[in-house]
Design a protein around this ligand. Structure first.
Ligand SMILES: [Zn+2]
Length: 140
């Protein structure tokens, strides 16, 4: 069973996934694949932002829209075509982008993930990505 520590975050060992499958998020495979793919991935935030979903329909990758984008997201954000949420195919496709250095990945008709060395960095990337998507939608 997963533990919920005093800080409110659920924690589970990678080797206990199968026995806890019923209580875990359907996107657990996606998160695990990303943790394993990135050298400095210690936090992953997954959001279903309508702005991100809409922006993903406008382009194949989200390029820089601002100095903030360059400083926080670092590089263009890849956008992958729709793949069934919760599937190992989706986990593999997203993890490949993270392994190639992506700090965020947008998933058509689904949402986005942002990774970071800690939760603060991942959260700042979510905010920067949301603002970049808003800018993109207003400039297209
Ligand atoms: Zn999702």
């Amino acid at each position: 069973m997963s533990d919920c520590a005093a800080d409110g975050y659920a924690r589970i060992s990678f080797d206990k996934i199968e026995e806890n499958k019923e209580t875990l998020s359907s996107e657990t495979p996606l998160h695990i694949a990303c943790y394993r793919a990135g050298r400095e991935v210690n936090a992953i935030l997954h959001v279903h932002s309508p702005l991100m979903i809409a922006a993903a329909e406008k382009t194949d990758r989200l390029v820089s829209t601002s100095y903030e984008f360059d400083c926080i997201l670092k590089k263009a954000v890849p956008i992958i075509d729709y793949i069934q949420p919760g599937s190992t195919l989706l986990a593999k496709a997203v993890a490949e982008k993270v392994a190639s250095g992506a700090t965020a990945v947008m998933m058509r008709r689904h949402g986005s993930i942002c990774v970071g060395k800690d939760l603060e960095e991942a959260y700042l990337r979510v905010l920067a990505l949301e603002r970049a998507c808003l800018t993109r939608l207003h400039t297209s």
